[in-house]
Write a protein that binds this ligand. Structure first.
Ligand code: ATP
Length: 232
């Protein structure tokens, strides 16, 4: 476990305080993502929540919308919310994109800044399949956002990890740069990108499932307007 203390000596111009990192395929981004990110930003007192769209996800099929379209949707969705930023480094990276590499890059850029990787409870259950998953906690904290229908594991490698690294104290995420797991219940919005794509593929309107700017990009580009978008 990393017990390195956060330092006030950030490089000039850098934002201080923990950076939240919200990764996902965002195919498309929707209010389930945005509400979760917003609640964590305010509850954990994060000065920044960085949206990190995945480029070429190792664990799943190719995305339906292109990289450019997904990035445009994430930018449209987050514009105007103080603290929300977008980082497209995973899309620019050649080959497979691994979270641990992204965290290592961010750690090198800001050695003393706490990093808080946000993962949904469903994603955390698949954590042992992630590349070098045991290294993640030496680079960042994990912030686990509850999602409808999921429970924290109490046994197995993940259960043990939670016993060893779990914390219920927000200030740990500010005082240490990495190494803690914080589980936080967020307002449960039963929206998934898969269902949104299926709905659009069936010719229905995704209005009110996502910001209007995102809906407009989807309708204008026609990126999900095919029958096969229901796959997934
Ligand atoms: P798909 O249906 O294609 O799997 P998704 O809606 O789960 O997509 P992702 O881009 O894969 O979206 O998710 C990124 C992150 O957001 C993951 O950590 C996931 O657990 C979380 N997430 C997705 N939907 C919700 C939701 N409705 N509420 C809270 N968190 C969510």
């Amino acid at each position: 476990m990393s017990t390195t203390r956060a330092s006030a000596a950030f490089p000039a111009g850098a934002v201080s305080g923990p950076m939240g990192i919200f990764g996902g395929t965002f195919d498309p981004i929707h209010y389930g993502h945005l509400r979760t990110a917003y609640e964590l930003l305010s509850t954990l007192r994060l000065p920044e929540m960085r949206f990190m769209p995945a480029g070429n996800p190792p664990h799943r099929d190719a995305t339906f919308a292109s990289n450019d379209q997904r990035l445009e949707m994430v930018r449209a969705a987050t514009a105007g919310q103080p603290g929300f930023t977008v980082d497209d480094r995973e899309m620019r990276r050649e080959g497979l994109s691994y979270t641990v590499e992204t965290l290592a890059e961010l750690r090198a850029e800001a050695p003393h800044r706490p990093l808080c990787l946000v993962v949904g409870m469903d994603a955390v259950l698949g954590l042992p399949k992630w590349h070098r998953w045991r290294d993640l906690l030496s680079l960042a904290h994990l912030v686990v956002a509850h999602r409808p229908g999921w429970r924290a594991p109490s046994m197995g490698p993940l259960g043990e990890l939670l016993v060893d690294h779990g914390t219920g104290t927000v200030s740990d995420l500010h005082d240490l740069v990495a190494g803690r797991i914080y589980i936080h219940a967020v307002t449960q919005l039963e929206i998934s990108s898969t269902d949104v794509r299926a709905l659009i593929g069936a010719g229905r309107d995704p209005r009110y499932l996502m910001p209007e700017g995102v809906r407009r990009i989807i309708l204008e580009s026609g990126c999900y307007a095919r029958k096969e978008v229901a796959r997934g």
